[in-house]
Design a protein around this ligand. Sequence first.
Ligand code: ATP
Length: 482
Amino acid sequence: MAVELSMEKLVSLCKRRGFVFQGSEIYGGVGGFWDYGPLGVELKNNIKRAWWKAVVQERPDVVGLDAAIIMNPKVWVASGHVETFADPMVDCKQCKRRFRADELLAGHEAESAHGHQVVAEELRCPECGGEMTTPRMFNLMFRTYVGPVDVEAEFTKALVEVSGHSWGEAQERIRRLKEELDRATVYLRPETAQGIFVNFENVLVATRKKLPFGIAQIGKAFRNEVTPGNFIFRDREFEQMEIEYFVRPEEDEKWHQHWVEERYRWYLRYGLRQEHLRVRRLPPEELAHYAKDTYEIEFLFPMGWAELEGIANRTDFDLRRHAQHSGRQLTYFDDVTGQHIVPYVIEPSAGVDRCFLAFMMDAYHEEEVRGETRAVLRLHPALAPIKVAVLPLSRHEDLVPVAQRVWDMLRPHFMTQYDDAQSIGRRYRRQDEIGTPFCVTIDFETLQDQAVTIRDRDTMAQVRVPIANLVQALKERLGHDP
Ligand code: ATP
């Protein structure tokens, strides 16, 4: 039976079984940063592999890229992030807590529907009821500095020393340091997309791709979110899986539809439930400054419907802006018409961490088995962190060497776990709870017939298979994906 898994239960399962831990937990954590444990890193890698397989490996028209996280800061001026990548923020004058004004206003939507439109100036602190500051824009990009000089420390020192200098001298020193500081300032990328745009020409020359074609990338992105939360849904460090798909301008709408359908199908293919997925077309007032049209694939998270992936038509905005700012001609030579054109871009942009959350949510089931509740993660075999568990019936000295030999044989082929602690029933339950599709049990009969039992996570059915055929039998059952 599918049960609605609460966020608390999921967080606790993730911690207990080693999927996700709070970042720097022993020091009290730090908001918006999470660490993926031994099972979490497997699931995350499998999600990324499944995405890469669908959008790069299986397609003739998409190639991959892995660009640097830190880029020339001019990139973020050209992309508009320095100027506009900001959230409106309000502080409580009383308790000093900080909130996103748009989120607080959204909370008052019901009142607005009854005739009274709540405006930012009327907001009250949801924690203590205190008066709020007027909204200020807060840039979401993390800043750091490159180079061997600690300009920031120098700058602070200069400020402290101001009293020792004449005002003119101090001003001059601060001005020079400020220039140095600006020159050394870089940003942790808030999206992977720009790494693709700035490599448009490199990839085009290197691969000689013809339109339409795409460049895909998976990588970390950083946003100094005002209100991180809902577990790994909104982080300050997260991973994105993005494709920039370059098309002829007149074909943009056709390819936009294509990508919305492709991506929707991918979520179903890997196990999300149709009733938990919906596609929402953004109304014009919600569109980003670069977008002509955007669809969001939304998932029904415990806190409600929210974005899993955005699929935007970014037009030729980025290539034109980078051409303007870099002085390079970022065009595509159309050898049919003999003209240079600036392609339009369709961008499917998904978050690995949000996919992780959604796949965990929909895989979780609870059922009654012989008067006990069995919790089982019915993850797609390609996503399951552990594919096969090796379970000797007991720690009997005759069984252990055989079980170890079976384990040695399986490790080169699959992610495995060896478990010999407690009863076999308990060990099956432990594997069910982490989504292991198959358990291989070695018992006393094995010593006679050189065969083992494969037990299926979903049906709990057991079959006997000769050790000699075990790898093949498991591969067939797991399908081609792992
Ligand atoms: P939201 O409206 O939820 O803040 P967004 O519209 O800013 O998201 P995009 O800029 O479209 O998000 O980013 C593309 C994808 O990256 C999102 O669909 C989401 O899956 C993921 N993503 C964005 N911000 C975060 C975050 N802070 N934590 C985790 N994933 C994120």
